[in-house]
Design a protein around this ligand. Structure first.
Ligand SMILES: [Zn+2]
Length: 617
């Protein structure tokens, strides 16, 4: 009954709005209401008449700068406001509408119709009810009108009057953040997050902090993520979101056991307060039991269409038989060469019929497009043809795809990356068994193996650190020119494991080789290793050398809260050596290690003060 009413009301109101926009005069609407209105409300003339003044009174008029021109509600014995000439009690006063007429309806419908300057002016008038902005914005987003959705939702959150936000503003807030992200409005996204964190209502602050934390985790900026978490803890000490954020953070930091302990703490604390629903409590209990698996499962469930195929892939990888041997031969000058076999080429061809993108030419990591929008096609096909994974080129494509999507999520590593790493490692063992020699990127089809290796090292870096480091060391041993830039990564991981002497050794390339592109990372890592080993005097030399490479790096590493708040979109590889962007990148990568090494930052600071910069470089 009510659904029929809502349907009729919407149809009638849309028709009425069209008529009103002809000249924005009440008599025009009334005439339409009597002639055409009844057909829209089940043939009921009295209802069609009664609705006209109600809707007119709330309709924003362009000629009045979007104010309405409400009619005075007449007394029972006064002439009816529908201009029928009868007394109200015998006319509209006697009509009982089947349901309410929302006060923001005509605004909401107008926001869906207006375009360009009119829409802009209407929003700028500040007269739109929050509920109308919310609904019109959500509808625009749902129907793919992203520009309109952004424009409308922005004015919902720009008004500064946070107390009047409707409760359902939370999904609208998330949608606006997503729109900013998709459309590349990084600054606006930052500004909105900042505004909400500073003055927003509590229910939005939690969402904002969660987003902020995830953003930093995505950028691998653990230090800023930790800072966002601390801020969240102060703002919302009893929010279950905190438990979830902290578990993610600890897993990113590589502390699985602590993640479980903290989840138990949250469970006890929040269960005692008794304000959580059973689903939330169960989630916390699962988190305490096995944080990694719980977050992985939650992620899979959030994938909707892909949850099934991804679970099949996990199952497939778990029982995947050992891969057949590769064709490897010793080439000239002690070089090792892998060549794709005919069988591998035909497996690859079959896979290519479904998997739409190729690895990006010379780049060590990445695909020439995004395969995930069509994953519903290739993922099930792959599960139906596990033999395709006998071809390294297929493994390469799959691993690159998985890394781009799940590489920054530690809890996905055990089920997705580790089994594929086992496969690759067996192949690499076979390569190494061919005798001493180097597996050089440019030779034969070697790049296939090396690129896959790098993607797996990155994919396992957070969630399966030991495995990641083993693989990186193995690759570095096979490829001592370090065409993948692994030296820096192995160094970072050794430092994270507190294996400082080994880290120090890795920071020196083989005799005669230059430090290469990752020089700054190697020098900063070397300095930290030396500091930890109590060899500060040598550490100082590394600091001086690092400063020659980049005049910003040391000061940025020390600074508590430097600009910019977020890393820019610039990917690795397009930062200039010696630039502030490069320095920022290394701050992001290394700051947490320096901060958690007692005294290290103070040592660095003291050295900087004692050795003020003379025109570096
Ligand atoms: Zn009337």
């Amino acid at each position: 009954m009510l659904a029929v009413w809502v349907e009729q009301l919407l149809g009638y109101a849309s028709g009425a709005l069209k008529v009103i926009r002809r000249d924005e005069r009440y008599p025009t609407l009334v005439a339409w209401a009597r002639e055409e209105g009844p057909s829209l409300v089940g043939g009921k003339l009295p209802m069609a008449q009664a609705l006209a003044p109600e809707l007119w009174s709330q309709t924003p008029l362009e000629r009045l700068d979007f104010a309405a021109e409400p009619l005075a509600r007449p007394g029972r014995n006064e002439p009816c406001w529908c201009d029928s000439g009868r007394k109200t009690k015998q006319c509209c006063g006697a009509v009982r509408l089947p349901g309410p007429v929302p006060g923001h309806l005509m605004w909401m419908l107008s926001l869906r119709e207006w375009k360009g300057d009119t829409l802009k002016a209407a929003l700028a008038s500040g007269r739109a009810p929050a509920q109308a902005l919310l609904e019109a914005g959500l509808i625009a987003a749902e129907t793919g009108q992203r520009g309109r959705a952004q424009q409308i939702l922005e004015s919902l959150f720009e008004r500064g009057d946070w107390s009047r936000l409707p409760e359902q503003a939370e999904p609208a807030f998330e949608i606006l953040l997503d729109l900013y992200q998709e459309r590349g409005f990084t600054r606006k996204r930052e500004a909105l997050l900042d505004a909400v964190l500073d003055q927003g209502p509590l229910f939005l602050r939690g969402v904002a902090l969660e987003r902020l934390c995830l953003m930093h985790l995505d950028a691998d900026d653990l230090d800023s993520a930790r800072a966002a978490f601390v801020r969240a803890q102060q703002a919302l000490p009893d929010s279950p979101t905190l438990a979830y954020i902290e578990a993610m953070l600890l897993l990113h930091e590589g502390h699985e056991q602590e993640a479980a302990e903290r989840a138990r703490f949250w469970f006890r604390r929040l269960a005692r307060q008794g304000e959580l629903d059973p689903d939330q409590l169960q989630f916390l209990a699962d988190l305490a039991d096995n944080p990694g698996a719980t977050l992985a499962e939650q992620l899979l469930n959030a994938e909707e269409d892909l949850a099934g195929p991804l679970a099949s892939l996990q199952a497939l990888l778990e029982v995947l038989p050992t891969a057949p041997k590769l064709q490897v031969s010793g080439g000239a000058e002690g070089r090792l060469e892998y060549r794709q076999s005919e069988r591998e080429a035909s497996l690859l061809a079959a896979w290519r019929d479904h998997f739409p993108v190729e690895a990006a030419g010379d780049a060590s990591l990445g695909l020439e497009g995004d395969p995930w929008p069509v994953a519903g096609e290739w993922l099930p096909e792959l599960c139906a043809h596990p033999e395709w994974l006998d071809a390294p080129a297929v493994v390469e494509g799959l691993v690159l795809a998985l890394t781009t999507r799940f590489g920054s999520l530690p809890w996905m590593a055990p089920s997705l990356f580790v089994p594929l790493a086992e496969r690759l490692e067996r192949w690499l063992e076979q390569v190494a068994a061919e005798g001493p020699g180097a597996l050089v990127w440019e030779d034969a089809d070697n790049a296939l193996l090396l690129r896959t290796g790098l993607a797996l090292v990155v994919g396992m870096e957070r969630g399966a650190r030991q495995r990641s480091r083993q693989l990186a060391e193995r690759l570095l041993a096979l490829d001592d020119h370090d065409s993948l830039g692994l030296r820096e990564l192995v160094l970072d991981q050794l430092l994270r494991d507190g294996r400082d002497a080994e880290a120090l050794a890795v920071s020196h390339p083989p005799a005669g080789e230059p430090l290469g592109e990752g020089a700054l990372g190697l020098l900063l890592g070397r300095a930290l290793a030396l500091y930890r080993l109590g060899r500060q005097e040598e550490g100082v030399e590394a600091l001086a050398e690092a400063r020659q490479h980049n005049g910003h790096a040391l000061a940025l590493l020390c600074a508590e809260t430097p600009r910019p708040g977020f890393p820019s979109g610039a990917g690795e590889g397009d930062v200039e050596p010696g630039s502030r962007a490069e320095a920022w990148q290394y701050r992001t990568l290394m700051r947490d290690q320096w901060r958690t090494t007692p005294g290290a930052l103070a040592w660095l600071q003291a050295w900087l003060e004692a050795n003020p910069e003379r025109a570096a470089r």
